[in-house]
Design a protein. Structure first.
Length: 745
């Protein structure tokens, strides 16, 4: 052999030596088709025995098909039966689920098999299943023997279930007869049959029970059952046992449609055994609905009705409590129900549409009066309102618009009737001097009443009319100055100052001549606002002849976010105002004229946010007649969105009406410990209105939640066990975070 031939053999030997030193990979069952694609095998060494049609692979063996993957130390694959015998550090990766063990087999055609000395991990539910034998009996099912099931990652789990035989169906349940609940490996409770959720989507099943002890109600046991009806609907059934009162049944039904369409309805009923209850049949019916018919037309429903005045006071706790339910509604619909202490419950139905030139709404409003000595409001059904956009009048600085409404009022027993209100208005926007703006508004209100049913103290006529005008003229200016503004730096501060003087004129009328369908037909002042200046948003109807003067000031910070977009933040806002009245009396909501001072209180309003996490607010009213401070409303809010820590302290003082401090705090103290406190105390009677304390301790696979509520008439203790993966864990704190932000435990 020549020298050239020697070098050729040397190169061939080196080539095969290099090939044998690296990993080998090939396609199994070439030419055959499998659901999910072809199977491929990779290993340090692969040998094919033609006589037995067997692939033998050794060293870092991997068989894969799409997201399915099998790894082991040794694998033998029969080309005819499609069965892979696996041994040594076996790992089946099936999407997000993992099955590990020592030895077994896997049918590559049926994708079924078994593994000995195995552990199954289902990621979505965080399920661990340890067993001497685990069989994969189908695409989404497993069978195990002498299994231990838990959601804990520790080798010695805090809790677990031990089962002789266990069937697991993904997107279904894990079921087992003759099961023991174990704590730290010690059996503590026998269960003849267990059903555990093994779904990766919403799943029906029991939520965590809630235990409580109340001074007034006795021992409380709440057992909720969640029902996933379909992709758009679900419901929760609440079974509550209250030892001193009886059995309370509740249901909450939810559905979600296209866009903003959604519904949430809540019902609870109890046949009360308490002899002091106003009625034995105690219930709450509440809920909300938003239905979008088109981008411009929406229907909104709010339902709120209770059996008696004491229902919310007696049963505002746990899953069926008003506080919890209102927080859910705020998150979903952006509106909530009246608070517990409100003794007039309001249900409304509104169908509204935004058209190019006007907004049209048809509505009904039903009131439930819970106190017999409270004013009896008139129900409104039906009601119609039409509000046009403001039309410019040619090229002049004037605009014209119309606000109109029709309402049918009724209640029993009492008078019923109709009111038609037409209110065209003319706006003027002028700039008589540089930097000075003059805004004016003149309106003429024509109101017609028809009374269908009379009362003795009401007007005797069937038809009545009322003509009123309203006028407002405002003169304002706006000055500003920038600080730290440079060509390169895009961060700077702007201080603005806006002085303003407004004149209001709305004639007085004799309210007793007209039916008291609407309280605002009688007047616009009430006890808590009697000394305040007139401000935009008060919308008085009549009896006003006053000048309001003052100024507002802002300190703004202009910067950029990480994307280079401009971000403007309001650091400081101030407003000072006072009104001078040209009349010595004002119209109150009781329909009578009450004395008023010629000068209102000085009212200062401010909000200071030096940092994103800190907000300070102060509203202060002082009398110019040596009466001192007449009102104060202060708040301190600290909110850390990263840690989800929240503190809000507020103090409200209104002379002869309110003197109260409110504290709300939620603290994420440690990764496993969270706590919250809410407290309200009134100094008028020197009593605590309500104090609530809560503590949550949650580890990776278990936790407990404790709560304590103290009221003047009751004391309540609550206790809930948290087991993630088996039942609902606490998702939201029992408070509403700023701007609707919430924490997830």
């Amino acid at each position: 052999m020549g020298r050239r031939g020697v070098w050729v053999w040397v190169l061939i030997c080196l080539f095969f030596a290099a090939a044998s030193a690296g990993a080998e990979e090939m396609e199994l069952f070439s030419g055959e088709r499998f659901q999910g694609g072809p199977w491929r095998i990779r290993a340090d060494q692969i040998i094919y025995e033609a006589t037995t049609h067997t692939y033998s692979a050794v060293g870092q063996v991997e068989i894969r098909q799409g997201e399915r993957r099998i790894t082991a130390d040794q694998v033998q694959v029969n080309e005819i039966t499609k069965i892979a015998q696996v041994q040594g550090h076996v790992l089946f990766v099936l999407g997000e689920d993992i099955l590990a063990g020592q030895a077994g087999y896997f049918n590559l055609a049926t994708r079924c098999g078994e593994l000995r000395g195995a552990r199954l991990f289902l990621k979505r539910n965080h399920f661990h299943v340890d067993s001497p034998l685990i069989r994969k009996t189908g695409e989404h099912s497993y069978y195990t023997e002498k299994a231990v099931i838990t959601t804990c990652d520790a080798d010695l789990p805090v809790w677990s279930f031990s089962a002789q035989k266990l069937n697991v169906v993904l997107e279904g349940y894990a079921t087992s007869p003759n099961t023991f609940l174990r704590l730290a490996g010690v059996p503590v409770f026998y269960l003849p049959y267990v059903i555990l959720p093994a779904m990766t989507v919403r799943q029906s099943g029991f939520l965590m029970p809630n235990f409580g002890q109340h001074k007034a109600g006795g021992t409380i046991l709440e057992i909720p059952l969640y029902w996933a009806i379909n992709n758009q609907m679900d419901a929760t059934l609440y079974q509550n046992i209250i030892t001193n009162r009886g059995y309370q049944q509740g249901v909450e039904y939810r559905w979600r449609g296209h866009g903003d369409s959604a519904g949430n309805f809540h019902f609870a009923y109890l046949n009360d055994r308490d002899e002091q209850a106003l009625t034995n049949h105690r219930y709450l019916v509440a809920g909300m609905l938003t239905q979008a018919w088109s981008p411009d037309w929406h229907t909104r429903l709010t339902l709120d009705r209770v059996s008696d005045i004491n229902y919310l006071k007696n049963f505002n706790f746990g899953y069926l409590g008003l506080n919890r339910y209102s927080r859910e509604l705020v998150q979903e619909f952006g509106r909530d129900l009246e608070q517990e202490e409100v003794n007039t419950r309001v249900s409304t139905l509104v169908n509204s549409g935004n058209l190019p030139w006007f907004n049209l709404s048809a509505y009904g409003r039903y009131y439930q009066r819970l106190r017999a000595d409270d004013p009896n409001p008139y129900h409104k059904l039906p009601g119609l309102s039409l509000e046009t956009v403001t039309y410019p009048i040619g090229k002049t600085p004037f605009l014209i618009g119309l606000n109109s409404s029709y309402i049918h009022y009724y209640h029993e027993p009492g008078q019923t009737g109709h009111r038609l209100d037409l209110h065209p208005q003319l706006w003027g926007q002028l700039q008589p001097l540089p930097g000075v703006s003059l805004d004016s508004r003149i309106g003429y209100r024509q109101t017609a009443f028809r009374i269908d049913k009379h009362i003795s103290q009401g007007p005797p006529d069937n038809y009545l009319t009322r003509q009123l005008y309203d006028a407002k003229v405002s003169v304002a200016s706006k000055w500003f100055k920038d600080y730290g503004r440079g060509d390169a730096d895009q961060t700077y501060y702007r201080h603005t100052l806006r002085p303003e003087v407004s004149y209001w004129n709305m004639p007085r009328y004799n309210a007793s001549r007209y039916p008291d369908f609407d309280p605002f037909d009688l007047g616009w002042r009430e006890v808590t606002s009697r000394n305040l200046p007139i401000r935009d948003g008060d919308d008085p109807l009549g009896g006003v002849n006053a000048v309001t003067y003052g100024f507002s000031s802002n300190l703004l910070r202009r910067g950029e976010n990480r994307q280079g977009q401009a971000v403007v933040r309001d650091l400081l806002w101030l407003r000072f105002s006072q009104s001078a009245f040209f009349t010595s009396t004002s119209m109150w909501l009781d329909g009578l004229s009450h004395h008023q001072n010629r000068f209102s209180d000085f009212l200062g309003e401010s909000e200071f946010s030096p940092f994103r996490q800190l907000t300070l607010g102060l509203d202060l009213g002082a009398s110019p007649y040596n009466e001192g401070f007449t009102r104060a409303n202060t708040k301190l809010t600290i909110y850390d969105p990263a840690r989800k820590n929240y503190l809000n302290v507020g103090y409200l003082f209104i002379k002869e009406s309110a003197n109260q401090v409110n504290v709300t705090t939620y603290l994420d103290l440690l990764p496993s410990v969270k706590t919250w406190v809410t407290s309200a105390h009134t100094f008028l009677t020197n009593k605590k209105l309500e104090s609530r304390y809560g503590l949550v301790f949650q580890r990776q696979c278990w936790g407990v939640a404790l709560s304590y509520t103290e009221r003047p008439d009751d004391k309540r203790i609550g206790f809930t066990i948290i087991i993630p993966g088996l039942a609902e864990k606490f998702k939201r704190p029992p408070i509403i975070m700023p701007e609707g932000r919430e924490n997830t435990f």
